[in-house]
Design a protein around this ligand. Structure first.
Ligand code: G
Ligand code: G
Ligand code: MN
Length: 403
């Protein structure tokens, strides 16, 4: 693997190259002139597999460099290196991602050996993780799948951060395709929205969730199921009646189900969704604002719509531990939820560090791989059993953390 270091400061340039060699990377080239580095890269695109790039440079700065990398289609990996404010580095990192570059991370100057090693290790981890290729499906085939039971629900637990009590499940649909295997919603929800299949899909998911709920009740477990609905579902004025009919037919009450609403595209006509969501509330269906802090899941929505739950997007949760800006936004969202009398939920808790951090923020509920991955209904009981033994251990430590 050939590594290129670009930094106008000859000292910084040499030091970083040496640090890399010390870690066992022998093929390291250093270049103090961004312009020559770029010309070299352009003439031999695949010669370099990893690039360390300084941001503050006199002839071509790092942002321009990144733009050119995007244009020439550089396919290697990139690490940004800078002494600038962390927010500037983060913005540059975002930009590189938007240019479809493979960004391994950013290093703050002076670069410590441990930080360098961490970035390189993330590289190794990444290259072994298999990326899921996106497939495209035929809308007619999807319509058929909805009617024939090929759509199955997965359930991800939500637990109270203070005492670990299970408070419910989020319902995540999958398509068990006979030839393609398990297909994820990012591969077919948009298709359903575009071909007028989203209502049929939503009601199929709701029906299956209610059935699961009845089964759990027979085993003595009474927990709400949170179903994701698309904004497209909220164009149909009969949605609340149809939902309540299904709840009734299952012999359940409205507390058995709640809805998570994200606005993936701009609401063109806000009147109908407002009508539907308000009536759902009157019928005692709880509503969550999903992916809060991203896209159109905004303060204006929070102001105008009757939500009971605020789900902070995982982009703020996962980085909160070591990114003070994300941490501040997370804490502010939690506080806002509390002042508005809403339950706050943190999505995407992936490890013990996230878990411990979230508990200290006063956030009410947590969800994520660390607590439990989305699972088929048949695995819920096993998960509940294993959670009850982890629960005590994970909630005992709060006092120790506060000392
Ligand atoms: O685990 P995951 O890949 O399931 O979910 C990806 C995205 O798909 C999430 O944003 C989730 O909200 C959305 N999603 C999952 N299930 C459904 C569903 O039944 N309906 C809609 N509209 N979106 C869903
Ligand atoms: O948009 P919504 O919040 O509904 O999306 C839920 C999505 O998040 C699903 O795709 C689900 O599989 C995924 N998810 C759930 N827990 C975690 C987690 O801990 N880490 C990551 N990266 N994704 C998660
Ligand atoms: Mn959701």
């Amino acid at each position: 693997m050939r590594i290129l270091v670009v930094d106008d400061d000859p000292f910084a340039c040499r030091i970083l190259a040496q640090q890399l060699r010390n870690l066992g990377y022998e093929d390291v080239v250093a270049n103090e002139c961004a312009r020559t580095a770029l010309t070299t890269l352009e003439s031999k695109l695949d010669a370099i597999s990893l690039l360390f790039l300084d941001l503050q440079m006199p002839d071509i700065d790092g942002v321009e460099f990144v733009r050119h990398l995007g244009q020439i289609g550089y396919a290697g990996s990139l690490v940004l290196v800078s002494g600038e404010d962390r927010r500037v580095i983060q913005a540059a990192e975002r930009l590189a991602t938007v240019h479809r570059l493979d960004v391994l991370g950013a290093l703050h100057k002076p670069v410590s050996a441990s930080a360098l090693q961490e970035v390189l290790e993330s590289n190794l981890l990444r290259s072994s993780a298999s990326e899921r290729p996106k497939r495209s499906f035929d809308p007619q085939r999807l319509a058929q799948a909805i009617g024939t039971g090929e759509l199955v629900n997965y359930y991800q637990p939500k637990v109270s951060l203070s005492d670990g009590r299970v408070v419910g499940f989020e319902v995540l649909v999958r398509w068990r395709h006979p030839e393609q295997g398990l297909v994820f919603p990012d591969e077919f929800i948009e298709l359903a929205e575009e071909h007028n299949l989203i209502d049929a899909l939503a009601f199929e998911v709701i029906k299956n969730a209610l059935e699961q709920s009845v089964q759990l009740r027979c085993a003595g477990v009474e927990l709400p199921m949170a179903v994701n609905v698309s904004m497209e579902n909220l164009r149909n004025l009969a949605f609340p009646e149809r939902l309540l009919e299904l709840v009734d037919a299952a012999g359940l009450t409205p507390t058995a189900i709640m809805l998570e609403v994200t606005e993936s595209r701009l609401m063109t006509d806000p009147v109908v969704p407002l009508d539907i969501l308000t009536r759902l509330r009157l019928k005692r269906i709880d509503l969550a604002i999903d992916d809060f802090g991203t896209g159109h899941s905004s303060l204006a929505q929070l102001r105008d719509l009757p939500f009971q739950e605020l789900k902070v997007d995982r982009g703020f949760v996962q980085r909160a531990v070591d990114n003070p800006v994300a941490g501040t936004i997370l804490r502010a969202s939690v506080e806002m939820a509390s002042k508005l009398g809403m339950t706050s939920v943190a999505e995407g808790i992936e490890d013990h560090e996230d878990w411990a951090f979230l508990r200290q923020t006063g956030c009410d509920v947590g969800q994520g791989y660390f607590v439990g991955r989305p699972m088929p209904g048949s695995k819920i009981q096993d998960w509940l059993d294993s959670w009850s033994s982890r629960q005590r251990q994970l909630t005992d430590s709060l006092h120790k953390l506060c000392e």
